[in-house]
Design a protein around this ligand. Structure first.
Ligand code: CP
Length: 289
């Protein structure tokens, strides 16, 4: 049965005896919770590190913090940080396995994997194992491509699986030269809708609203928000994803977020499976070495 291995109590012991630290220096609901569930369901010990009540606030550097935690014999550090490249920086200097749970505007690799898995479950035909199911499929990533770390990880994963990928946003939210990644670019949602089999609607970062990337949230919602009227204007169905958290009424109307074509909660469910897989692959390798 789908998701059977995700049920509480269906534990595996493959990471028993290992210790994993979740170091989230930025807020998170989905990523943090699903990493913790994945770690516990694989039998590891878990340490949740609360940066706001740690010695960060006394000026300790991130590297010193991680090295001190490592001295307690941890096997892996799952890190979210607002500076792009932080996981790479730590991986060069630390002995434990470092896992990126989102670094600044750069990448969010496990989100890219869980988004791809969610589409794979729908598009892959098990009777044709030589095909991924993404061949000939078109996926558009809509919204704040400039600041969102989900876009790059999605582009890499979807292209690897054989999909054609596009981005759609106001020009001010599209990084210069994005076409060099082999993606199509749209600045009108209607054109992107015609192109797409699936759309991943990224969060508009309200905290950056004062910098004038677009005139107002209301105007963004009018031009780039997904609503029932836009979906109905298509002669076919498309799939809607969103990495969360959702701004209802901005990226998506509630009638779309909660519609049968919305894969949002399946994405969240698949987050646990993807993180279990990532932890198992990375840490079993460490054990055998
Ligand atoms: N998708 C995502 O990264 O959500 P959180 O910020 O809640 O972890």
């Amino acid at each position: 049965m789908r998701g059977d291995y995700l049920r509480p109590g269906r534990f595996s012991a493959i990471l028993q005896g290992m210790t994993i630290v979740n170091l989230f220096a930025e807020s998170s609901t989905r990523t943090r919770s699903s990493f913790e569930l994945a770690e516990r369901r694989l039998g590891s010990d878990v340490l949740n590190f609360a940066s706001e009540s740690s010695s960060f606030s006394k000026g300790e550097t991130l590297l010193d913090t991680v090295r001190n935690i490592e001295a307690m014999h941890v096997d892996a550090v799952v890190i979210r940080h607002n500076a792009g490249g932080t996981p790479w920086f730590l991986a060069q200097r630390c002995d434990s396995v470092i896992i990126n749970a989102g670094d600044g505007r750069h990448e969010h690799p496990t989100q890219g994997l869980l988004d791809a898995l969610t589409l794979y479950e729908i598009w892959h035909d098990p009777s044709r194992p030589e095909r991924t199911g993404f061949e000939g499929k078109r996926v558009t990533i809509v919204g704040d491509i400039l600041h969102g770390r989900v876009a790059l990880s999605n582009i890499y994963a979807l292209q690897k699986l054989g999909a054609e990928v596009a981005v759609c946003a106001p020009p001010t939210l599209l990084p210069r030269g994005i076409e060099s990644l082999g993606v199509r670019k749209f600045i009108r949602l209607e054109e992107a809708l015609e192109f797409s089999d699936a759309m991943n609607m990224l969060r508009i970062q309200r905290e950056r609203q004062d910098r004038g990337f677009f005139p107002s949230l209301a105007e963004y919602a009018r031009l780039f928000g997904m609503n029932h009227r836009r979906l109905r204007s298509l002669a076919r169905d498309i799939l809607i994803l969103h990495p969360g958290p959702i701004n209802r009424g901005i990226e998506l109307d509630s009638e779309v977020a909660d519609a049968p074509c919305s894969l949002i909660l399946r994405q969240v469910e698949n987050g646990v499976a993807v993180r279990m897989a990532a932890l198992a692959m990375l840490l079993q390798g460490k054990r055998s070495s």
